[in-house]
Write a protein that binds this ligand. Structure first.
Ligand SMILES: Cc1ncc(COP(=O)(O)O)c(C=O)c1O
Length: 496
C-alpha cells in the first residue's frame, strides 16, 4: 500500500486469541485512528479487499466494521468512488487530546462544594468488611444463614409471575414487604405504624442519605454521636450537613452538650438501643430530653436501630420511636445484620405527617433494591423463617460473646472488654499507657481486624481502644484472635 492511509492501517494489530471478536477489534482500531486525526477529512479509506488482506481478516469482517463507522457518521460511502472520512469528524469535533490517557495529566474535575467540603471532613472513609473472621465488625454469622429456605423461596419467585418481580417496582418498596416489616416492628419494638409509612431503601445508609436530602439545606446543623457511626456521618455530610459531634457517656448522647453546641439543630442522629460503637443504651431521661430538644428546635431525630433484633436479655430494647408523641422520630432499620449485608436492603419508618414529602421524594426515581429480593424477604418473614433465624442467631451471638469474654480475661491489665447487652460487637478499651494505633497496626500484620475507636470519632474522644466484632467468627477463631492480641508486642510489653 502506497498512501498515508495504507501506512497507518498497516499498523493495526488484531489479536486472534482475544475474547473480543475481529470485527469489533477492527472497528475500535479504525475509530481510534479517525478520532486521533490519523486520517483527515476527505481522505479515502483503502478498499475493503485491501484492508482485509492487510489485516488478515475476511472482507465481511471489514465491511461490518466500516458499516458501523458509516452509521456513526465518521465515514461516508460515495457510490463508485469508495469510502471517505467525513468533514464533520474534522470540523465539528471538539479539540482532542491525542496523548494516551495515562500521560494526559488532565486537571481533576471540579466537584460540588458539598462533596469537596465533605471530603475534607471525612476523617475516615466508610470501611465495611466482606471477609468473615475475628474480629471483623458489621458482619453477621454468614456460616449460619439458612440458605436452603432462601434458595427455595428465591427459586419460587424466579419461576413465578415475572411481572411481579421483574418490572419496575413500587417506588416506596414492595407492598408485602412493607406489611411484613410493620408486623415485625409491632411485635419486636412496640412500634405501631401503617405500611404506608414504611419506605424500602438500599440499606440504612441510603435511608440516612435520603433523609438528609429531604430535610437539609447546606450548612444545617446535625448532632451526631461522638464516637459514632461512620456510615451515617458520611451519608449526612454528603447531603450538606454541618456535623456537630456530641459526646456519649454511660446514658448515651449528651443532650446538654448538644444544646450548648447547636441549639438550633435540624437533625440529630442517634443509635438509642445499642450505641455504635460503645454499646450503651440511651436512658429514658435522655430519651425524653432528646425528644424535647427536637420539639423546641423543630428538629427531627434519626433513630438507627441497626442490630435491635439481637438482645441478650429477655426482651428487646424499646425504640425511641415508640415514645415519640410529637412525630419527631424517623426510624431506620436494616437487613444487613439480621440477614446479610450484600442484600442492600433497609427501610425507614416515617411519621404520618412526613408521608407526603417522602412519597414525593421516592417518586422522583426508582432506586430501591431489586424487587425480587424484596419479595424473597417478604415471604421469608411471612413464613416464619425470619423470626426463627433471629432466635437462633441471638443464641449463637450470646455463645460467641461469652467465648470472647472468657478468652479476653487473659488481656486484663492491658485491655478491658466492655460488657454489652446485645448485637455482635463490643468495644475494648486499652490501658492509658497502651498505644491504640500500635495495637491496631500490629494486629493487622497478623491478619486480625481491629477497627480503632478513633475511626468512629469526629472529635477526639476520651477513651482509646478498638472494636471487637464477634458475629462472624467461630469460637475457635475468637480464642485464637485473643491469643494473637495477647502476643502483640504492645500488649506483651504492658502485661510483662
Ligand atoms: C451504625 C450502623 N447502622 C447501620 C448499618 C447498616 O448499614 P447498611 O444497612 O447500609 O448496610 C451499619 C453497618 O455496619 C452500622 O454500623
Amino acid at each position: 500500500m502506497k498512501n498515508a492511509a495504507g501506512a497507518i492501517l498497516s499498523s493495526i494489530k488484531l489479536d486472534r486469541e482475544a475474547k473480543t471478536g475481529m470485527s469489533v477489534q477492527l472497528y475500535l482500531a479504525l475509530r481510534e485512528i479517525l478520532l486521533s486525526g490519523g486520517l483527515r477529512a476527505g481522505e479515502r479509506l483503502p478498499a475493503t479487499r485491501t484492508l482485509a488482506n492487510e489485516t488478515g481478516v475476511s472482507r465481511t469482517t471489514v465491511i461490518d466494521a466500516v458499516d458501523r463507522l458509516v452509521s456513526e457518521g465518521m465515514l461516508e460511502t460515495r457510490v463508485g468512488a469508495g469510502t471517505f472520512v467525513t468533514d464533520s469528524l474534522e470540523k465539528q469535533r471538539p479539540s482532542m487530546n491525542v496523548a494516551p490517557p495515562e500521560s494526559r495529566n488532565l486537571p481533576k474535575p471540579r466537584v460540588s462544594y458539598t462533596i469537596s467540603h465533605a471530603n475534607e471532613r471525612f476523617a475516615n472513609r466508610a470501611w465495611l468488611p466482606h471477609r468473615a473472621g475475628a474480629f471483623v465488625t458489621a458482619l453477621p454469622a454468614l456460616d449460619a444463614f439458612p440458605m436452603a429456605h432462601w434458595s427455595r423461596i428465591s427459586a419460587r419467585h424466579l419461576r413465578g409471575d415475572r411481572s411481579n418481580v421483574m418490572g419496575y417496582g413500587e417506588p416506596k418498596g414492595y407492598a408485602p414487604l412493607r406489611r411484613a416489616i410493620a408486623t415485625h416492628l409491632r411485635a419486636l419494638k412496640g412500634i405501631s405504624c401503617d405500611p404506608e409509612q414504611i419506605y424500602i431503601t438500599t440499606g440504612a445508609q441510603h435511608a440516612f442519605s435520603l433523609i438528609g436530602r429531604l430535610f437539609l439545606n447546606p450548612g444545617d446543623k446535625v448532632w451526631i454521636e461522638n464516637p459514632g457511626a461512620s456510615g451515617a456521618r458520611n451519608a449526612l455530610l454528603s447531603e450538606g450537613a454541618d456535623l456537630v459531634p456530641v459526646s456519649v457517656d454511660s446514658e448515651g448522647i449528651s443532650v446538654e452538650e448538644g444544646l450548648k453546641k447547636a441549639p438550633h439543630f435540624r437533625l440529630a442522629f442517634v443509635t438509642p438501643s445499642h450505641q455504635q460503637p460503645l454499646g450503651t443504651l440511651l436512658s429514658l431521661a435522655r430519651r425524653f430530653a432528646l425528644l424535647q430538644a427536637a420539639e423546641d428546635a423543630q428538629a427531627f431525630v434519626i433513630e438507627d436501630d441497626y442490630d435491635g433484633e439481637f438482645y441478650f436479655g429477655n426482651s428487646p430494647q424499646p425504640a425511641l420511636r415508640s415514645i415519640d408523641c410529637n412525630e419527631r422520630v424517623i426510624y431506620v432499620g436494616t437487613f444487613s445484620k439480621s440477614l446479610f449485608p450484600s442484600l442492600r436492603l433497609g427501610f425507614t419508618v416515617v411519621p404520618q405527617r412526613m408521608v407526603e414529602s417522602f412519597d414525593r421524594l421516592f417518586s422522583y426515581w426508582v432506586s430501591g433494591p431489586p424487587t425480587v429480593n424484596q419479595a424473597i424477604v417478604a415471604d421469608f418473614m411471612d413464613e416464619g423463617h425470619f423470626s426463627t433465624h433471629i432466635r437462633l442467631m441471638r443464641r449463637l451471638y450470646v455463645a460467641r460473646y461469652e467465648t470472647l469474654l472468657d478468652a479476653s480475661q487473659s488481656l486484663q491489665g492491658a485491655v478491658e472488654v466492655q460488657r454489652t447487652s446485645g448485637g455482635f460487637h463490643t468495644p475494648a478499651f486499652v490501658a492509658p499507657d497502651v498505644d491504640e494505633h500500635k495495637v491496631v497496626t500490629q494486629a493487622a500484620k497478623e491478619n486480625i481486624s481491629l477497627p480503632p475507636l478513633s475511626r468512629y470519632c469526629l472529635a477526639p474522644a476520651s477513651q482509646h481502644g478498638f472494636v471487637l466484632g464477634f458475629g462472624s467468627a467461630t469460637p475457635d477463631e475468637i480464642r485464637h484472635g485473643i491469643e494473637v492480641i495477647r502476643n502483640l508486642p504492645e500488649i506483651r510489653r504492658k502485661l510483662a
